[in-house]
Design a protein around this ligand. Structure first.
Ligand code: G4P
Ligand code: NA
Ligand code: NA
Length: 196
């Protein structure tokens, strides 16, 4: 078991409806030493890639992305969620549907901060159905940039996002892949990644 899986077992809380609460260390209160370990691990897993930009989506991806970026020594750009219909031509736009929140957001990135010269590592806290990731990938494509890889803290392996993204050919690295969880017992089972 790796450091993040251990921390999830120690401090994660399984809620009804297949929701894993990790707000004591990941997406409300944030354990920066844990984020540093994540940064080191992503740096190791993407060592052969020439990455000049980290991209994420607000809100809870930003903290992790910033710490990870310090290991790559590159800037972070985050996609902003926008309700506005009056979006001007200076931004790339993607529609992101939230399965969890049952709503749609347009996410935007200024054209000033992403272009064909960019080799991007996408970072986020959770991967469930992959709608957020699809939006970010679309924005990098609109910019003519390259997605070099995707680093996720917690993938919900029983939802479809991970398979979809890997089938598209991206190097997707999730530090913890939850295969199943049980709110009644609090049990969490992880996918064995020791062979990959
Ligand atoms: P998807 O992007 O993979 O399709 O995810 P989905 O719509 O299912 O998830 C919507 C939001 O809920 C995302 O945050 C995602 O990170 C979060 N989420 C999904 N499953 C879990 C879970 O089991 N536990 C926790 N803690 N979060 C989960 P968001 O609302 O888009 O952004 P943010 O503002 O919270 O960062
Ligand atoms: Na979130
Ligand atoms: Na997120």
């Amino acid at each position: 078991m790796n450091f993040l899986e251990e921390r999830i077992l120690k401090d994660g809380i399984v809620k009804e409806g297949n929701v894993l609460k990790v707000d004591s260390f990941l997406n409300h209160q944030m354990d920066i030493n844990l984020f540093k370990q994540m940064g080191e691990e992503f740096k190791r897993r993407f060592a052969d890639k020439n990455i000049n930009k980290i991209m994420t989506i607000e809100a809870s991806g930003i903290g992790i992305a910033c710490v990870v970026a310090s290991y790559f020594d590159v800037p972070v750009v985050f996609a902003k969620k926008s309700q506005s219909i009056n979006i001007d031509g200076d931004v790339y736009v993607a529609e992101v549907e939230s399965f969890t929140h049952k709503n749609k957001n347009q996410v935007i990135v200024s054209k000033r901060f992403l272009g064909p010269e960019d080799h991007v590592l996408i970072i986020d806290d959770f991967l469930a159905n992959g709608c957020a990731l699809q939006g970010l990938i679309s924005i990098v494509a609109q910019a003519g940039g390259t997605v070099e890889g995707i680093g996720i803290a917690v993938e919900k392996g029983f939802q479809s996002g991970g398979r979809m993204i890997r089938n598209l050919g991206y190097q997707l690295e999730s530090l913890a892949i939850v295969e199943s969880m049980d709110a009644a017992t609090g049990n969490v089972k992880f996918r064995d990644q020791s062979e990959v």
